[in-house]
Design a protein around this ligand. Structure first.
Ligand SMILES: [Zn+2]
Ligand SMILES: [Zn+2]
Ligand SMILES: [Zn+2]
Length: 356
């Protein structure tokens, strides 16, 4: 494999793979047709090999191979995305759509053309931005799931198992099943080969059955809070990273609900998973709120002290506290980040504590 690639001009690989920022100015006349075709082939071949290797790693299922599976699957999906951008890059544009930097140059007809600059290729964020601009469709939520596991797997999932990773294979399966035919005109089975595609298909079927089981078990708990109910299906086991958690017993008081991981058996109590679920449900809203200078959508409950007080619902998703939002002393509304001192605002609380 290495020898095979060594036979190609070294620039072919570095133009796509070298993420270093060294800027070699583009000069179109030196780029032969052959060069372009070889780059083209390399990208798709590498996408396919990456996914095939990832699925093989998943099958071996030792810890190092599972870590490698996540990296390979993630990289493979991004390479498929780049392939779609490469195919849409205008001829003579130095593959503008997969270059992280572009510039505008006069073309021969008196107009303006865009050309790629340097060797650095687009990152995941840029890929999705360009997809949006060009109307290329993919399920970004599924990609976000794979990316999340990719980022967390080495540090946070000490007990990773094959079962825990099934969701990653399932997400990649769903992405490729739709993306390859629609955006690349390729049939996934032909592209990835019978063995790889069948392994992904089986993993997805199994995962969807388990997912449905978990969702229906979670649906039997009276969550009291819509935010909690929507976030609880998204939390991951902190031992193995699986997102397949289900209640041991659904007909108990919410504070007594214990979730158990289907992949590794680890258990987590409401005190821990409720704040995690609220964060899952509202982290994006919280990010936007902070950016815009608005109240955060959730915060510390003045009664139980957990990060589970949902502003929009006016109550705590864990203990049900409906905090009095008006300060008992100055009668101004207590901001959520001062709820810890309710029924007083932080200022009045401070004054009162001085009086003691
Ligand atoms: Zn687990
Ligand atoms: Zn509470
Ligand atoms: Zn006050």
């Amino acid at each position: 494999m290495v020898r095979d690639r060594g036979a190609r001009p070294s620039r072919t690989r570095s133009s796509i793979w070298d993420e270093s920022d060294s800027e070699t100015e583009w000069s179109a006349p030196q780029l032969s047709h052959r060069f372009t075709i070889e780059t083209f082939m390399d990208l798709l071949t590498n996408a396919v090999e990456s996914i095939q290797t990832g699925v093989e790693d998943y099958g071996v299922a030792s810890r190092p191979r599972l870590l490698s599976a996540v990296r390979n699957i993630h990289a493979g999906v991004l390479l498929l995305y780049k392939e779609a951008l490469l195919r849409r890059s205008p001829a003579g544009s130095n593959e503008a759509l997969i270059k992280s930097r572009v510039k505008f140059v006069p073309d021969s007809k008196g107009g303006i053309a865009v050309v790629g600059v340097g060797v650095k290729t687009v990152d995941a964020h840029q890929i999705l931005e360009r997809f949006k601009d060009l109307g290329i469709i993919t399920d970004t939520k599924l990609l976000a799931e794979i990316t999340r596991v990719r980022n967390e797997v080495e540090h946070y999932y000490p007990k990773i198992t094959q079962d825990a990773l099934r969701g990653v294979i399932a997400s990649a399966f769903l992405i490729i099943r739709d993306f390859a035919p629609r955006e690349l005109g390729e049939q996934p089975r032909d592209l990835l080969g019978q063995d790889t595609w069948n392994a992904m298909l089986t993993a997805n079927e199994l995962y969807q059955v388990e997912r449905a089981d978990c969702d229906s078990a979670l649906g039997r708990v009276s969550w009291e809070s819509d935010t909690l109910s929507s976030g609880v299906g998204k939390i991951r086991c902190r031992e193995c990273g699986s997102d397949l958690l289900q209640p041991l017993d659904a007909v108990v008081a919410l504070t007594d609900v214990v979730l158990s991981c289907r992949a590794c058996g680890a258990e987590v109590g409401a005190e821990e998973f409720v704040p995690a679920a609220i964060e899952e449900a509202l982290s994006w809203d919280a990010y936007v709120a902070v950016k815009d200078g608005n109240d955060e959508p959730y915060g510390t409950c003045p009664s139980c002290g957990l990060e589970s007080y949902v502003l929009g619902e006016g109550s705590c998703a864990y203990c049900g506290e409906t905090a009095d939002r008006e300060c008992a002393r100055c009668h101004r509304a207590i901001p959520l980040n001062e709820m810890g001192s309710a029924p007083l605002c932080a200022y009045c609380d401070h004054l009162m504590s001085k009086d003691d």
